[in-house]
Design a binder for this molecule. Structure first.
Ligand code: G3P
Ligand code: CA
Length: 331
């Protein structure tokens, strides 16, 4: 090899080695939802104090067009709506956020997630009776911004546009409202600590092309039979699909089984393929209280952060994820 090529290789090697690898992001999934009812202001504050880099807000619209922070378009699995407004369900028996004004929503008490039979989904989580309430997107923006101002930290926002096609069927354009809110706060900016996520690829393309959004976008990946959106996730996971995502978004949010084979506990290759396409990889969701029996947290994290080099992780337990990334014991 000519001397010039050798020197060039050494220079490139030093440059790459000399760059500190970006620290993976700890994304508090619905706040510190492993400890306090999801998406409440209390859960966001706890996530903040545990050292999360980003706090997630799932967004749905109220009857009077206020963006509220709730995971579902329904209220019945996280609030006492059935006691408060027993008659206000639709023919399918469900209580829809969009059928209630903000003033009505604010009278509801938020509790730990239950199934439709009222049984706690995560039985070891918060069992107290404190008075938690539904938060608006604006309240979470204010809370986190104020904490940032006072602490000097830059904890970011990670909103998800929930069911945009369903909102459209109800005559609402949730994307326009989320984007207007970001712009009002000067957050439609690729250099700000904000990621917008959606399961709906058509909607993310719309954000970039039709609505002219500048903010960073993340395409969530599910399974086609979840019917989260009319998006074909089998296609998006291919090299061609990932390249298409990269034309509008900065990253993907796959669920854990899409990056780690559940049988062999080895990489599926998706994280590597996404990186090759120039996409960040932010899998969901780390839940300390629902790990498979034979998997320890440290093993899972070593695979995700070590071998797969993921760029961020949605975590119900931000403190545990932060601890691991600080090289402290987690098991
Ligand atoms: O947004 C990442 C992850 O939250 C997607 O799943 O159902 O928890 O919103 P979900
Ligand atoms: Ca979400």
């Amino acid at each position: 090899m000519p001397l010039r090529s050798i020197l060039c290789a050494i220079f490139i090697g030093l440059f790459v080695v000399g760059q500190p690898l970006a620290k993976p992001l700890v994304i508090a999934h619905r706040g510190a939802s492993g400890y306090l009812p999801e998406h409440t202001l209390e859960s966001a504050v706890l996530a903040y104090s545990q050292g999360a880099d980003f706090i997630e807000q799932d967004l749905v619209l109220s009857k009077d067009n206020v963006l509220v922070v709730l995971h579902d378009i329904h209220l019945d699995t996280v609030t006492n709506v059935e006691q408060q407004f027993p008659e206000r369900h639709r023919p399918d028996g469900r209580y829809y956020v969009i059928d209630f004004s903000l003033a009505e929503l604010q009278t509801l008490r938020v509790h730990e997630r239950t199934d439709q039979q009222g049984k706690m989904v995560f039985s070891s989580r918060y069992q107290g009776r404190a008075d938690f309430r539904i938060a608006t997107f604006e309240e979470q923006l204010e809370l986190i911004s104020q904490l940032n101002r006072m602490t000097g930290k830059q904890v970011g926002f990670y909103p998800e546009i929930k069911s945009p096609a369903w909102h459209r069927q109800q005559g609402r354009d949730i994307s326009k409202m989320v984007l207007a809110t970001l712009r009002k706060h000067q957050l439609d900016d690729p250099n700000k600590a904000v990621y917008i996520q959606s399961f709906d690829f058509a909607e993310l393309k719309r954000w970039r092309h039709e609505l002219g959004a500048k903010v960073k976008l993340v395409q969530l990946l599910g399974e086609n039979d979840w019917h989260e959106a009319s998006t074909n996730y089998d296609y998006l996971k291919t090299a061609e699909g990932l390249a298409e995502i990269a034309t509008v978004a900065q990253g993907i949010g796959p669920w854990l089984a899409q990056v780690i084979d559940q049988q062999t506990f080895a990489s599926t290759g998706l994280a590597e393929a996404a990186h090759k396409a120039g996409l960040a990889v932010h899998p969901y969701t780390f839940r300390q209280d629902s790990l498979p029996d034979n998997v320890q947290t440290s093993q899972l994290f070593a695979l995700l952060f070590g071998q797969l080099q993921i760029d961020g992780l949605f975590s119900d337990f931000p403190d545990i994820t932060v601890r691991y990334l600080q090289d402290k014991p987690v098991d």
